[in-house]
Write a protein that binds this ligand. Structure first.
Ligand code: AMP
Ligand code: MG
Length: 337
């Protein structure tokens, strides 16, 4: 299959929407990361997403809508807390897990009776949903297990020849995937995947916000999880990632002792002076680190890195999203110096 690179203009967005309406798969920019979009109500199209990514069939896809008012077409019940959150955070990087109705096929929901609903704010994604008239299922547009794509070239790298087109909408604004929440009851939200809508922000609307245990802890084989994605290895480049809870100076000393030709470091911007060679930086604060993390993990692979020591980010605010992606990329291997 020839994968066409489309531009961010009305003519090309019409082409992309026509492709989606006819059951094809298109890489689409969103404000979080690039998504692999198809008509969420078309079982064959959705199967195509799973096979292009190599994604396990029980890992559900998020359904993207142009406006939260359309959520009632695809769900059987919307609690008041979800409506309140939507007023404040939609459109934006928040996914709410709600009971689905029969318009969402089981293939899309990975066999669950719930569906994750999101209203993206990216104008390109928004326009494609409007033009296609479809609810769009769109997981991150990476090969399953690999870091999520934050540019059209990342998507091409993973999906060239496997999907119909990629729309180039520039670099993703946030750089990490949406915050995914479910509801334990009318007052309590549970974070299943942290993102740029933080616990503190959710607490402006919800009485209680629980951070699911699996966000920072490895789930053991057979353990029941709140979200199927928690079971799988994620965000991993080819290189072996080791997270270090350390100051820049301590980490630099450690890396010198464990150095080798293909040993790299990924540190905070400003730390580089302590590391004489093979050092990349991923930003000075959590927002920058979210924005750059996945691109840097891909860049490390291109450099031929085999082992990468990463200076662990703060786990506060948006940092929790960065910490969560890295600890999974590291297979929960953390050293404390
Ligand atoms: P991705 O599609 O790559 O952005 O990943 C979507 C994440 O949201 C995965 O970790 C899924 O397991 C999670 N998710 C999507 N839908 C649901 C759902 N209905 N219930 C629980 N988790 C979900
Ligand atoms: Mg993903």
């Amino acid at each position: 299959m020839n994968t066409v690179l489309l531009k961010n203009n009305e003519e090309d967005l019409i082409k992309a929407s026509d492709m989606i309406r006819s059951g094809q798969i298109v890489g689409i920019p969103t404000e979080t990361v690039y998504g692999l979009g198809a008509d969420a109500s078309n079982e064959n199209a959705v199967r195509g997403i799973f096979s292009a990514k190599g994604r396990p069939a029980d890992n559900p896809l998020i359904v993207h809508l142009a406006d939260f008012s359309h959520a009632s077409e695809y769900t059987s019940y919307i609690p008041e807390i979800a409506e309140k959150l939507a007023e404040k955070f939609c459109p934006g990087p928040l996914t709410m897990v709600l009971p689905k109705n029969e318009k969402i096929p089981m293939v899309t929901s990975g066999g669950l009776d719930t569906v994750g609903i999101r209203v993206p704010s990216h104008p390109v994604m928004h326009r494609i949903i409007e033009l296609s008239g479809c609810p769009i299922a769109a997981p991150s547009a990476n090969t399953s297990g690999y870091p999520s794509p934050t540019s059209a070239s990342h998507v091409m790298n993973d999906m060239n020849g496997k999907i119909s087109a990629v729309v180039d909408g520039g670099d993703s604004k946030y750089g990490v995937e949406s915050t995914v929440i479910s509801f334990d009851n009318e007052n309590t939200a549970r974070i299943l995947r942290p993102g740029c809508i933080t616990r503190e922000m959710l607490l402006e609307v919800c009485e209680n916000v629980i951070i699911d245990r699996a966000i920072l802890n490895e789930v053991s084989a057979g353990e029941k999880v709140s979200s199927p994605g928690m079971k799988y290895k994620h965000y991993s480049p080819k290189a072996d990632i080791i997270m270090a809870e350390a100051s820049a100076e301590k980490l630099a000393e450690y890396v010198k002792l464990h150095d080798g030709e293909n040993v790299y470091s990924l540190v905070y911007t400003g730390d580089e002076k302590y590391f004489p060679h093979r050092c990349l930086s991923y930003g000075a604060d959590s927002v920058q680190q979210a924005h750059m993390l996945f691109a840097k993990l891909r860049e490390l692979d291109e450099s031929g890195a085999e082992k990468v020591y990463v200076r662990a980010p703060s786990a506060e605010g948006v940092g929790l999203a960065v910490y969560n992606r890295l600890i999974r990329a590291a297979g929960f291997e953390v050293i404390k110096l």
